[in-house]
Design a protein around this ligand. Structure first.
Ligand code: SF4
Length: 480
C-alpha cells in the first residue's frame, strides 16, 4: 500500500519497527473484549432483533443520506452552530486551519477522532505552528510513540505497560513505573494543564442525530468532555456516514455499541452536544463548528454492495475475533483503520490500486460478520472487492498485473475442462521438477517467484485424484 499522505507504518517498515510482543499483547487484549462482549450479549435475549433493527436503520439512512444530512445542517444552524462541507481531506484541513487562525489558536486539545486521523490533521496543525495534543490516553501514548492507532477503539492495544513506561520515561524525561494507575496519573497531570490553556477543542463524533442536530460522543474517559467544553471554540470533524435519523435510532445504537466494543452495558460517558452554549454562565464553548467530511464517501455510496461498509458503528468487535488481525496486529493494515472493517473500507476509500492486498488478507471465515452488531456482510464485500481487483467493475478497472490476470484466466479455463485438467496434472509435476531442490522449490519462475522470495514452495504433486481413487476402492473393498 502507498502511504504518501498518511503518517502510518507501512508494510515495508512493519517488520522493522514492530516489536515481537505485538501479537501476544493484541491477543490478550482482544480475548478480554471477546469474553466481555459474549457475557453482555447473553444478558440480552432480544440481541438478534436489535442487530436487525440496527442494520435496517443504517441501511435506510445510507439510502436517504441526502435527506438526513440536509436536516442535520438545518438543525445545527438553528442551534447556533456552523456547518462546513469538506469534499476532500485537504478541504477539511483547510477549514479547520482557517477557523484556528481566525481565533489565533496556539494549542488545540483533541479527543479521539478517526476522521482527523483520516485527514492527517495533526500534521497540518503542526506545520501551521499549532500544537495539537491528543488527550485520550491511548491516543496520547501513540502520539508520543509517533505511530498511528493499531485498533479502532484501543489505539495502543499493541503496547504492554512496560513498553508504555519506557516510552513515558524517554519522551517525558521522567522515571515512569510500569504501573497503569501511575501512568494514567502522569498523563492526567500533563493534560489537565493543556485543557485549561487550549484555544480550541477538536473532536470526532460517534453519531450525528439529524432530528435535533446533536453530536453524540461515546467515551470511557473524561477527556472528551474537557475538550468540548473547556475551550471557547469546539470544532468537530465527522464523516457524513455518521448521521442517524433520530433519538429513537440512537437508543438502538447505544445498546449495540458498548456491548460489542468493550463488553459494557453502556460506556462511561455519553455526551450530547447541540450547538454552542446559549447563555453566559452555561458550560460549553462559545462557538461550535461541525465539519462534515466526504473524502470519497459519496463515491462509495453509489456501490450497492460496497456501501454497506457505512453501516459500521466502529465498535471493533470484528477485529477482536479476526484470526488474521490477532496475529498480525493493526499496523499491517497500513491505514488508520484496521481489522476486517479496514479491509473493506480502505480499498473503497483509497482505491483498489492503493489497497488491493487487503481484500485478500482474510481467510473468509466469517467470524467478523457473526459478531458485527449491524450485520455488515464483511466476507461478501471482501469477495466483491477481490472481483474488482481481479476483473474490474463499473467503479474501477482491474488492478492485478496483466500477466497474473492472463494466468488466472488460463487456469480458470483449464480447471473447467476435465481433459485439459487431467493433462495439466501430469504435465505440471514434470515442469516443476526442473525447479525442485530436495523436497522444495526455492526459486520458482514469475509470477510464483513473488511467493518463493519469502518462503520455499512445496512441489505440485497433483495427487488428489489418485488418492481419492485409492481411498474409494479401499472403502468399496471393506464394504464387501
Ligand atoms: S464492521 Fe461491524 S463489528 Fe466491525 S467495527 Fe464496524 S460495526 Fe463493529
Amino acid at each position: 500500500m502507498s502511504h504518501d499522505a498518511h503518517p502510518y507504518i507501512g508494510f515495508e517498515e512493519y517488520s522493522e519497527r514492530v516489536p515481537q510482543s505485538i501479537p501476544l499483547a493484541v491477543q490478550q487484549a482482544t480475548d478480554r473484549f471477546v469474553g466481555g462482549r459474549a457475557a453482555r450479549v447473553a444478558e440480552l435475549p432480544q440481541w438478534e432483533e436489535l442487530r436487525q433493527i440496527g442494520s435496517d436503520i443504517r441501511l435506510h439512512t445510507i439510502e436517504n443520506m441526502d435527506v438526513y444530512l440536509t436536516r442535520l445542517e438545518e438543525k445545527v444552524k438553528l442551534a447556533g452552530g456552523h456547518v462546513h462541507w469538506a469534499e476532500t481531506a485537504e478541504d477539511a484541513r483547510r477549514i479547520v486551519l482557517q477557523i484556528a487562525k481566525a481565533h489565533n489558536v496556539k494549542t488545540a486539545v483533541k479527543s479521539k477522532s478517526m476522521a482527523t486521523e483520516e485527514i492527517g490533521l495533526n500534521h497540518a496543525l503542526g506545520a501551521a505552528g499549532i500544537e495539537a495534543l491528543e488527550t485520550d490516553l491511548g491516543e496520547y501514548i501513540i502520539q508520543l510513540a509517533g505511530t498511528g492507532p493499531s485498533h479502532i477503539i484501543v489505539p495502543a492495544v499493541h503496547l504492554k505497560k512496560e513498553e508504555i513506561a519506557a516510552l513515558f520515561s524517554e519522551k517525558l524525561d521522567i522515571h515512569a513505573p510500569a504501573d497503569p494507575i501511575e501512568l494514567a496519573r502522569i498523563a492526567r497531570e500533563i493534560l489537565r494543564e493543556k485543557f485549561l490553556d487550549a484555544g480550541m477543542g477538536i473532536s470526532g463524533g460517534n453519531f450525528l442525530v439529524a432530528e435535533t442536530g446533536t453530536l453524540v460522543m461515546v467515551t470511557n474517559e473524561g477527556n472528551g468532555r474537557m475538550c468540548t467544553t473547556l475551550p471557547d471554540l469546539h470544532v468537530a470533524v465527522v464523516g457524513i456516514d455518521k448521521v442517524i435519523p433520530d433519538w429513537e435510532s440512537l437508543t438502538v445504537f447505544l445498546k449495540l455499541l458498548a456491548r460489542s466494543a468493550t463488553g459494557q452495558k453502556l460506556s462511561t460517558y455519553t455526551q450530547f452536544i447541540t450547538g454552542p452554549r446559549r447563555a453566559e454562565g452555561e458550560s460549553g464553548p462559545k462557538e461550535f463548528h461541525l465539519v462534515l467530511l466526504d473524502n470519497g464517501r459519496s463515491k462509495v455510496l453509489k456501490d450497492p454492495v460496497g456501501r454497506e461498509v457505512f453501516k459500521c458503528i466502529r465498535c471493533g468487535a470484528c477485529a477482536n475475533v479476526c484470526p488474521v488481525y490477532k496475529n498480525v496486529g493493526g499496523f499491517a493494515y497500513g491505514w488508520f483503520i484496521s481489522g476486517p472493517i479496514g479491509a473493506i473500507l480502505s480499498p473503497q476509500m483509497l482505491g483498489t490500486q492503493t489497497a488491493r492486498e487487503l481484500p485478500y488478507a482474510s481467510t473468509l471465515c466469517g467470524a467478523c460478520a457473526d459478531v458485527c452488531p449491524v450485520k455488515i456482510p464483511i466476507p461478501t464485500i471482501l469477495r466483491h472487492l477481490r472481483r474488482r481487483v481481479a476483473q474490474g467493475d463499473e467503479f474501477a478497472g482491474p488492478t492485478l498485473p496483466a500477466p497474473i490476470r492472463v494466468t488466472a484466466s488460463i487456469a480458470a479455463f483449464a480447471l473447467a475442462q476435465n481433459r485439459l485438467y487431467r493433462f495439466g496434472t501430469r504435465l505440471l509435476p514434470l515442469l516443476m521438477s526442473i525447479f525442485k531442490r530436495g523436497d522444495w522449490i526455492p526459486n520458482a519462475p514469475y509470477p510464483l517467484n513473488r511467493w518463493t522470495k519469502a518462503r520455499p514452495l512445496p512441489p505440485f504433486t497433483a495427487q488428489f485424484r489418485g488418492w481419492w481413487n485409492v481411498r474409494s476402492s479401499k472403502r468399496k473393498d471393506s464394504a464387501r
